[in-house]
Design a protein around this ligand. Structure first.
Ligand code: GLP
Length: 223
């Protein structure tokens, strides 16, 4: 409802999108609203948080592929307005700067969807990421590689590097919608919402943001 209300109120809104299992229900609901209620995405612009380095958009585990399968292929969005970082960019430094520039040129992100990693990361801002960081390459932690191995054949198939919006990039969005479900997120959610602001739990930087909505199930909110 939050997303749909924004899309109706501002047809050319800029959505920041997330991957992972958590937003799957949200995307399915948006597809349903498009089909059954005519929710119109024809002018919506999207920027995804992150992508694995080395995977092309057609790789089944790439985040581009995930977005096509779970959302873009089922709504009337203009493919040219969907942006997922290019995991196979040739010059990552200039590509990351360009990604930031494209966001700015669209007027900034109106609503950023966020899941959370078991270690409290948002996007792929692993523990130790500067809270002012911008879009760049990050090395994934062992915990994240293990968590995401379920989507790949085995741990050794999980890329070790990702291109990710920075914490600073995320904090500039006008509103954040943080989603978490399940007991495996309880500690990260407690640290994010009630703990000290620290680069060790990059989601805790959201305490500095003026407009964050956290939607949690009982298990994720347990602590
Ligand atoms: C990855 C993504 C994050 C996501 C996290 C949690 O690390 N880069 O954006 O929030 O996974 O994923 P899940 O929702 O599957 O628990």
């Amino acid at each position: 409802q939050f997303v749909a209300t924004l899309v109706r109120r501002k047809p050319r809104c800029v959505l920041g999108l997330a991957t992972g299992s958590t937003p799957l229900g949200l995307y399915a609901e948006l597809v349903r609203m498009h089909r059954e209620e005519g929710l119109d995405f024809s002018r919506v612009v999207t920027f995804n948080l992150d992508e694995y380095v080395g995977l092309s958009g057609s790789h089944p585990q790439s985040y581009r592929h995930f977005m096509q399968q779970n959302l873009f292929d089922h709504i009337n969005i203009d493919p040219r307005d969907t942006h997922v970082p290019d995991g196979r960019a040739l010059d990552f430094e200039s590509y990351c700067e360009q990604y930031e520039r494209m966001i700015a040129e669209e007027g900034g992100i109106d609503m950023q969807l966020l899941g959370i990693g078991g270690d409290g990361h948002i996007a792929f801002n692993e523990p130790g990421s500067s809270l002012g960081s911008r879009t760049r390459l990050k090395t994934l932690t062992e915990e994240t590689v293990r968590d995401n191995a379920r989507f790949f054949g085995s741990e050794k198939d999980v890329p070790r590097l990702a291109i990710t919006m920075g914490v600073g990039t995320i904090l500039e969005s006008r509103q954040c919608l943080l989603l978490a479900a399940g007991a495996s997120k309880a500690r990260a959610i407690r640290d994010t919402i009630e703990g000290p602001i620290t680069a060790q739990i990059t989601a805790s930087a959201l305490q500095l943001h003026r407009d964050v909505i956290a939607i949690l199930d009982q298990e994720a909110a347990r602590l």
